[in-house]
Each structure stands twice: as C-alpha cells, then as structure tokens.
Design a protein around this ligand. Structure first.
Ligand code: PMP
Length: 425
C-alpha cells in the first residue's frame, strides 16, 4: 500500500524543490469532479488541474476520441505530415472567436508557448518590438512570458534578465483604488515616458486575471484598450488561457465585452487535459510570419487535437456554456451568503464559473491575508476538497470546478468551504 508521505519523500529526493506543490497528495484516479489519492481518500476537485478540466477528469467522450486517435497515429509533426484534426479544430476556433473578420489559428503545446507566439506574430506584423502588459498579470514561465508576468515572487525571482521592451501598465482594480481612468492613464504615461506608441507591437491583457486573483476587467476598460490600440496601430492580444474554454459563461470571456481582439491565446481546458495551446487571430496578422517561422515538434499534437474536438462537442451536447453561467451564479450567491456572516471574506467575485473569494484581516480589504487563504486550503484538503489560492497577495481562494460537476458535488464542496472557514476561526 502506497502512502502520500512515502511518495512525498521520493518526490523531494528526486525532483527539484522549484517545482512547487499545493497539496501533499498523490492521485490514484480521477472521475469528473472527484479524485482518489493513493491511500483511497476521496476529494472533490475545485482546482481542475489549474483550469484544465472544465469537462472533468476522464470525460468518457474525450477518452473515446483519444483512444480512437491513438490507434490511427499519434505523431507526425504537423509541419512534416499534416492531419485533418488540426485543420478542423482551427476551422472551429476561427468560427468561434469574436470579430467580423477572417481568422486563422496556430496550435502549440503550452500556454506560455502560445503567448510567445502571439508576441512573435505581433512583432512580425507590426514590425515593432515593444509589448505592454499589466500589473499582477500572468503569462507563463518562459523568459519572455516571465518578462510579461507582473508578479516577482515566486515566478521571476532569480531568473532575470528578461527580454527588453516590456512595460507594465496598471490593471484596474476598484477594490484596491485603481480606476479604469487610472489604468488607461498609466498606459498613456508609458507612451509618454518610456516608449513611443509607434514602437509598440501589442498590448496583452487577461479579460479576467487568473493567477493575479480573478480580477475581472471592466467592459469599458477593454473597450478603451481596444480604442487605444486602434488609435496607435497596436495589436490587442487577449490571453484567454485561463478564462477560455467556457469557464466564464461564454467560450471566450472577452465575448461578453463586445470587444474583438486581434489575437487570442488559449490553452488549458481547450483539450480537456491533453497538452494543447493555440493562437487564433485576424488572418492577415496570423499570416505575417514567413513559412517556417512558426511551429514546433509536438505543436498541435493529433491526440490533443482529437481531444479538443471532443471538448467542443461535449460543450455543445451538454450545453456547458449555460451550465457555466448558472453554476457561477449559484456559487457566487452561496459564497456571498457565507461572506455576509464572515468579515474575513472581503470580496466574492468572478465571471461565470470563474469564481473566487478574497480573504483579509479584521474585515479590512486593505489587510490581505495569505495565511487565512493558505489555512483554508489546508483545512479543506483535510476535509476532502482541493482548493487553489492565487492573487498578488496570495489571499484569494479560487474555484475552477469542472462544469460537468453535479449540483450535489458542487454543494458538497461549498459546504466544505463553509465548515473549513468555521474550523480555522
Ligand atoms: N497565461 C495565463 C492567463 C495563464 O493562466 C497561464 C497558466 N496559469 C499561462 C498563460 C501559462 O500557461 P502554461 O502553464 O500552459 O505555459
């Protein structure tokens, strides 16, 4: 009989400590929104592999599509021998992405790689080099995407220097005193103080900041970023790696603002647990790099493309966009009821089923408490619920439960949050 403790000891001896671990749990099996560890203990999974399992663990339709694919072929490298699932998936995303213009899609493997490629494409199209990102944003762990990422510890510490010509504007955050006006003014200030607009290739923005704490970008902010981009010939990139694949109630979160970005990066839940990422964008922009300029050995793996096609089918068949909206509304209303009686919860927020609570000391939103968030996650794990924290101050607890989870499981998870909060009082 294996134990989590014995496996943790082997993990520590064999694997660098830089690969963090939120929970000292080794999984044996997963099914939809539940997992079982190697000791047979059951957990409800509100983490979903960090937003990867919108369609749940081991979704049978996705598993079937993958099994069918691996009996045909598993790898050719798309640049060597092409295959239809890649093309079909591109066609489907081209039709799904907002914007009344022709689109094309490129597939890659990880989210960071999608962001890297979006920046490469933006530079190639605009023949400009600079990129503006936002405070508390997260775009990945490669050197360019770390440069874009707006959080030093633990991501950037010790890893610099990062590529140049990256600037950070303020992300709007009403609760913490940054208005949309402030945020737009900070972009304008960068264009005055740091780099001329004619050298800026792109502004990259998450419609809801994920790692940064589930901060929802106000619609007028997104509209004004779009207008600024149009004014200066800058491309707008929406990073939907965490917000996409229906998490927020529409396939892409930015659809809800009516804004059409020039490019959208996607990854995580698009392939239901298989490594796949992509960039969908304006066709003429996507066509800027010359032949051979884009790609990767595993980029757009046929197995992952088959999984992603099945994900899209599951969304349609099970009406998961509607489910995302109703589930989100239900979770927010239950969490608000808990917050009404608990001053440690200073905010409940989200978009669709991308929902989080923010924890603070003394009922004061200006005293963020990472300790409380951590204590809640630890207590919940003991009680059989996997939760993740996030946020610039580490004081946000987020919910990324599979959209396929039953009401009973979601309520059981919410009950554990309520009981855990009571237990750590
Ligand atoms: N962008 C966003 C918005 C993300 O949330 C993430 C992952 N948390 C990434 C980029 C990087 O994706 P990956 O870890 O697959 O490289």
């Amino acid at each position: 009989q294996q134990t989590n403790a014995a496996l943790m000891a082997r993990r520590k001896a064999a694997i660098p400590r830089g690969v963090g671990q939120s929970h000292e749990v080794f999984i044996a099996r997963g099914e939809n929104a539940e997992v079982w560890d190697v000791e047979g203990k059951r957990y409800i999974d509100f983490a979903g592999g960090i937003a990867v399992l919108n369609t749940g663990h081991c979704n049978p339709e996705i598993a079937q599509a993958v099994k069918k694919q691996i009996d045909l072929y598993t790898h050719t490298c798309f640049q060597v021998l092409a295959y239809e699932p890649y093309v079909e998936l591109a066609e489907r995303f081209n039709a799904l992405a907002p914007g009344n213009f022709a689109k094309k899609t490129l597939f890659l493997t990880t989210g960071a790689e999608a962001v890297e490629n979006a920046v490469k494409i933006a530079r190639s199209y605009t023949k400009r080099s600079a990129v503006i990102a936002f405070t508390s944003c997260y775009h990945g762990r490669t050197l360019l995407t770390l440069g874009l990422t707006g959080k030093v510890a633990p991501y950037k510490t010790g890893f610099g220097p990062f590529p140049g010509e990256i600037y950070h504007a303020q992300f709007p955050n009403a609760a913490h005193g940054v208005s949309v006006d402030d945020s737009i003014a900070s972009i304008e200030s960068i264009l005055k103080n740091d780099v001329e607009a004619s050298r800026v290739a792109a502004i990259i923005v998450e419609p809801v900041q994920g790692e940064g704490g589930f901060n929802v970008a106000p619609t007028d902010f997104l509209e004004r970023v779009r207008a600024l981009c149009d004014q200066h010939g800058i491309l707008m990139i929406a990073d939907e790696i965490q917000t996409g694949a229906g998490r927020t109630g529409t396939w892409f979160a930015i659809e809800q603002s009516g804004v059409a970005p020039d490019m959208i990066t996607m990854a995580k839940s698009i392939a239901g647990g298989y490594p796949l990422s992509g960039v969908v964008g304006r066709a003429e922009v996507m066509d800027a790099p010359a032949a051979g300029g884009l790609g990767g050995t595993y980029a757009g793996s046929p197995v992952a493309c088959a999984a992603a096609l099945a994900v899209l089918d599951v969304f349609e068949k099970e009406n998961l966009l509607e489910r995302s909206r109703s589930l989100g509304a239900h979770m927010v209303s239950r969490l608000k009821a808990i917050a009404a009686k608990d001053p440690r919860i200073c905010d409940v927020r989200g978009l669709g089923a991308m929902v989080a609570i923010e924890l603070c000391k003394n009922g004061d939103a200006h005293q963020p408490s990472a300790e409380l968030a951590k204590a809640l996650a630890v207590e919940a794990t003991q009680r059989g619920l996997i939760l993740l924290t996030c946020g610039t101050y580490g004081n946000v607890v987020r919910i990324l439960v599979p959209l396929t989870a039953s009401d009973a499981i979601v309520n059981e998870g919410l009950d554990i949050i309520e009981a855990s909060l009571a237990a750590i009082a």
